[in-house]
Design a protein around this ligand. Structure first.
Ligand code: BG6
Length: 481
């Protein structure tokens, strides 16, 4: 496995710790090689030391696991390479050929997308794109439809589609995979999984962090491109897709693609009614004072949104009239990602007025933190004092139910690349269909001449987000309510 961008933040915080955990679990043979590649000159010892520090941080508190770090470091190699210069590429190619072409080779492009094209061309030039090769690309895959197509064309000129693994790490999260198990391994839900029984769906991905060290990238992206185009739409697809005929990668991706195609357009005509953009102002976060976005950015002005709420609709028989409310933002009060499926109200109540009003059932799939599933049901409050209805959850925390730690999304996804399993990766047409839906929203915002609404850091976004859902007589799910 070759990690281009091998000294970068993603490699150090996510990729190498994920590989290390899989190694410690015995899933990566000792004969494997992990080769970090970056532009800077440094010795292998220095690189290993850096990685050792990163792994030490990642497994802090687990002495037994930390004891395995030296074994893992023996798998590591380092090569200084620049995609735009010839120097070093011959040696690198030789190293890869010495390793034997019958071996699976994974090229992980954990770099700026600006050099995806150069890197792929180099790999071809040195004969490294044969059938044993796989390439992994990280978002952002483009800035809009046109640039996404350009990246897909360039990567596709070097690798076959089945060699290209477009990562959306949300698909590797345990709860998202569990959504497949929940929907398709239980007879209970599927008959109810449609407009006749579901009132609406909410998908929230809330973060407490601000833009941190990534202001440069983020200010050119914004929450719609950074989160909605990929993670939130992928979650929506997993909820809304028809049952695929198998877990075969194309069977699943064909169904997701149909959902993306069925999304009703949001454009100049309706964007004002169906979307809300926000940008955080100074406020509070994580128990202390937090600066506003412009201060984080170090600029006087920016029209970039750090919060989006929108109402999407899937135009097909299953979902006609069922809104999917999506919201995501930085500097919100809690780090919470969840999908909330709200069922319809019962048709008629047999209970006396004083018993309390039956609340519609809700199925809450919690992606993070505390991964699990909660099914909110009506029950009788215990006691002889008359029949009082109350809403209580059937609460399954995966950690409690299985007694094992939840692996990081990258652990599953990296091994899937090695196994050649594309089911949890995005196909070219999915990425492009998502952009085809997102572009008109961006265009509508640009032509509206309006700027994002301010919200205080540590709150749930602009009040217009509350109004967006309350106009329809609904409210955002709050687990404490
Ligand atoms: C990334 C975004 O894809 O996902 C980040 O670029 C965001 O802005 C991150 O913070 C959230 O991922 P997670 O797994 O921490 O919810």
């Amino acid at each position: 496995m070759v990690i281009f961008g091998g000294t970068g933040d993603l490699a150090m915080r996510k990729l190498l710790p994920a590989l290390f955990r899989r190694f410690a679990d015995g899933q990566i043979p000792a004969a494997s090689r992990i080769i970090g590649v970056a532009r800077e000159e440094q010795s292998l010892d220095d690189y290993r030391e850096r990685v050792a520090r990163a792994l030490g941080d990642a497994v802090a508190g687990d002495g037994e696991l930390a004891g395995r770090i030296p074994d893992f470091l023996r798998l590591l190699d380092y090569r200084p390479l620049d995609a735009t210069r010839d120097a070093g590429w011959n040696d690198f190619a030789e190293l890869m050929h010495v390793q034997g072409s019958e071996r699976i080779r994974v090229f992980y492009l954990s770099t700026s997308p600006r050099i995806f094209v150069d890197l792929c061309q180099r790999l071809r030039q040195y004969g490294l794109n044969d059938a044993s090769a796989r390439v992994v690309i990280e978002k952002p895959i483009g800035h809009d439809l046109e640039s996404a197509c350009a990246i897909n064309d360039a990567v596709g000129a070097v690798f076959e589609e089945q060699q290209i693994f477009r990562i959306d790490h949300y698909l590797g999260k345990e709860t998202v995979q569990n959504l497949l198990a929940l929907r398709f391994a239980n007879a209970l839900f599927e008959p109810l999984w449609n407009a006749a029984h579901i009132d609406h769906v909410q998908i929230t991905v809330a973060e407490t962090v601000g833009v941190e060290q990534r202001a440069g990238y983020y200010d050119h992206a914004g929450a719609l491109r950074d989160m909605v185009q990929n993670h939130l739409l992928q979650l929506l697809c997993m909820v809304a897709m028809e049952p695929p005929s198998s877990l075969d990668s194309d069977a699943v991706r064909d169904e997701k693609l149909k959902v993306l195609h069925a999304l009703q357009p949001i454009n100049d005509d309706n964007a004002e009614r169906l979307t809300v953009r926000g940008q955080y102002r100074a406020g509070a976060a994580n128990g202390g004072a937090a600066p506003g976005y412009l201060e984080d950015l170090g600029q006087n002005s920016s029209d970039t949104e750090t919060f989006v709420a929108l109402k999407a609709e899937v135009g097909n028989w299953r979902w006609a009239g069922v809104p999917f409310y999506l919201r995501t933002g930085k500097r919100l009060p809690a780090r919470v990602s969840e999908i909330v499926v709200n069922f319809r109200a019962i048709p008629y109540s047999i209970f006396a007025e004083g018993s309390g009003t039956p609340t519609p059932n809700k199925l809450v799939l919690r992606l993070q933190p505390d991964e699990g599933v909660k099914l909110w049901l009506m029950a009788k409050y215990p006691g002889p004092g008359g029949l009082r209805l109350t809403c209580v959850p059937l609460d399954m925390s995966f950690a409690d139910a299985f007694g094992v730690a939840q692996p990081d999304a990258y652990e599953r996804l990296l091994l899937d690349v090695v196994r050649g399993n594309l089911t949890l990766f995005m196909r070219r047409d999915e990425v492009e269909a998502a952009w085809r839906w997102i572009d008109p929203i961006l265009a509508a915002w640009a032509s509206s001449g309006e700027t994002p609404r301010g919200y205080t850091a540590g709150t749930w976004g602009p009040s217009a987000s509350v109004a967006l859902i309350e106009r329809d007589g609904r409210t955002w799910h709050d687990d404490d309510s």
